[in-house]
Write a protein that binds this ligand. Structure first.
Ligand code: NAD
Length: 554
């Protein structure tokens, strides 16, 4: 008998009436006999089964890493242009299947098809062409200015070599855009990849593998291993050369600990509690629309969602009224239905987090202005877009990542106060500043503790392939996207050449009194960085040269 266990329990725990069964005994089931367990993926809006995916065991993960390693050398030997051709072929496949992929993303994650198109497919299609065409230039060998050492006939350059096998562990909120972007960058840098998608969205992960396979990517170079946390943990242990992890702070910490034990590096893209500051001179209509989109897009399940909005007290009333009005216009529905602005949340468990944050805020004096509940829906993990005011930093809603469609509004009086409030968080992923005075916007932006600060924009810069993405403080370590992201996927090797090898180095053995005298001179003059100062050492250098020549003769 084969045990077919629904491991996507985060979505289904104690939640919906249509999600009653946690463990299925499935004699004669359709999964392969080698897999003792599989994930059943459900549409969180309807409860319909979307499909099934195997749970990869630690042994299977290790074998995927071995196969990837075997395929990597030949791939790394290809030129950037040759690798780019494969990525562009994969891109063409994505375009061919665009609607089907958007539909799958919508059904597996609950988001509207429109969001799957604009927030997942459009950015990745752009990212694919960008890295396919530009990686050669972005990873070109670099000559390093080595200052006075160059006067001694030496030169240094940095060349970028692939790491080997990169393990990518990804979340469910952008199940296509996050892993696909990292897969493309890792492949273009010459690596093989083993991808572990979220247990809530395994089919989207498998689709990424399929797209590359049909584009002619060599066998084994990209493996998709589906499963829950244990499969991710197995990937960290399986002998990869780096882990690119995106997910929660708690899991990120576990991944970092395991990676440290293996002495492998990891990039951690973690949670956020992103602030939006609206100054009194902001374009109010644009700021209100941005706040609503920034807080409710993807049902608020974006690491860069607007999770705290600080509004200058002079415009707070007008701004709040407009935000509430705009929120009322949003249509919440099953993501695959036309016209849906907000879909279901991806899991019942995540909705419970949202509900507990709202409950805590209400208990401490907050006020719900619109939304606040499930909207009377019996089925599906829906949470209404919710606007809350009268909040303060004692509330969980203002301190911890809510990751749901809730927009808390708080007022401020001065620029200093706004900055202090925005920075009063353990997180630092993105932030935004709204003002017509761009100089003020940039001044404030530089004082905000975040990996990305936008002036008169929200949320969307993960979609820009050219710019780095990553957080400060608990929001993570390292970067993805842009040149900084590519540099995470290569090893920088320093090549140092001495073209005057005939002149033996003055600091080599033996350490005679004359040598020590010269070294004192180096300490005083060479280290000033001034060639003029160093030139004053010439007599002592010549004496040392002749001393060393004497040594060579004897
Ligand atoms: P999660 O941490 O629960 O899971 C992320 C991935 O890690 C999943 O694939 C999961 O199976 C895997 N995993 C779980 N335990 C593991 C372990 N011990 N070892 C290795 N892998 C393990 O996160 P989630 O709920 O899927 O995603 C939501 C979180 O992700 C939010 O906090 C959100 O802010 C964050 N996020 C951050 C970014 C960013 O770019 N900074 C982007 C998207 C999401």
């Amino acid at each position: 008998m084969i045990i077919c266990r629904n491991l996507a329990k985060a979505r289904h725990d104690d939640a919906e009436n249509f999600m009653a069964t946690q463990i299925h005994e499935a004699a004669g089931a359709r999964e392969q006999a080698t897999h003792m367990a599989e994930i059943i993926s459900y549409d969180p809006a309807t409860g319909a089964e979307v499909g099934r995916a195997p749970v990869a065991t630690a042994g299977e993960v290790a074998r995927a890493v071995e196969r990837a390693r075997a395929a990597q050398a030949a791939w790394a030997a290809l030129s950037y242009a040759e690798r780019g051709h494969v990525v562009l072929r994969a891109r063409a496949r994505v375009l061919d299947e665009m609607d089907a992929i958007a539909n799958l993303i919508s059904r597996e994650s609950g988001k509207p098809v429109a969001e799957a198109l604009m927030m997942e497919l459009v950015p990745t299609l752009d990212l694919m062409q960008f890295f396919a065409r530009r990686t050669a230039r972005l990873l070109k060998a670099e000559q390093i200015n080595i200052g006075q050492y160059a006067l001694m006939g030496r030169s240094s350059r940095i060349v970028y070599k692939p790491l080997g096998v990169v393990g990518i562990i990804s979340p469910w909120n952008f199940p296509w855009a996050i892993p696909l972007g990292e897969v493309v960058m890792a492949l273009m840098a010459g690596n093989a990849v083993v991808l572990k998608p979220s247990e809530l969205t395994p089919l989207v992960g498998l689709k990424i593998g399929e797209v590359f396979q049909s584009a002619g990517l060599p066998d084994g170079l990209l493996a998709v291993v589906t499963g829950e946390g244990a499969t991710g943990a197995a990937l960290v242990e399986a002998g990869v050369d780096k882990i690119m992890f995106t997910g929660s702070v708690a899991t990120g910490r576990r991944v970092a600990e395991a990676a440290a034990r293996k002495l492998i590096p990891c990039v951690l893209e973690l949670g956020g509690k992103d602030p939006m500051i609206v100054f009194e001179d902001a374009n109010l209509e644009a700021a209100a629309q941005a706040a609503v989109w920034g807080a409710f897009a993807n049902a608020g399940q974006a690491c860069a969602s607007v999770e705290r909005c600080y509004v200058h007290e002079r415009i707070a009333e007008e701004f709040t009224a407009r935000v509430v009005e705009l929120t009322r216009t949003l249509k919440q529905d099953v993501g695959t239905r036309e016209g849906a602005d907000i879909g279901a949340m991806s899991s019942a468990r995540q909705r419970e987090v949202v509900e507990s944050h709202v409950r805590d805020a209400l208990g401490r004096g907050a006020r719900v202005l619109v939304g606040g509940g499930r909207g009377g829906r019996e089925k599906g993990s829906f949470h209404e877009p919710t606007v809350v005011d009268k909040v303060d930093h004692s509330m969980v809603l203002m301190r911890e990542e809510t990751f749901g469609p809730v927009l808390p509004l708080m007022t401020f009086r001065t620029e200093e106060e706004a900055i202090a409030r925005a920075n009063d968080s353990p997180y630092g992923l993105t932030a935004s500043v709204w003002t017509r005075d761009i100089r003020r916007g940039e001044r404030v932006a530089e004082r905000l503790e975040a990996g990305t600060v936008m002036v008169n924009e929200v949320l969307y810069t993960h979609g820009i392939a050219q710019t780095p993405w990553g957080g400060v403080k608990s929001s993570g370590i390292g970067r993805t996207h842009g040149r900084q992201g590519l540099l995470e996927l290569v090893s920088a090797r320093h090549i140092h050449v001495n073209r005057l090898a005939r002149l033996h180095d003055l600091w080599w053995f033996n350490y005679t009194p004359r040598a020590a005298e010269l070294f004192r001179g180096f300490a005083r003059r060479f280290t000033t960085g001034s060639p003029l100062q160093t030139s004053l050492l010439l007599p002592r250098m010549l004496r040392r040269f002749s001393e060393r020549r004497g040594k060579k003769r004897h």
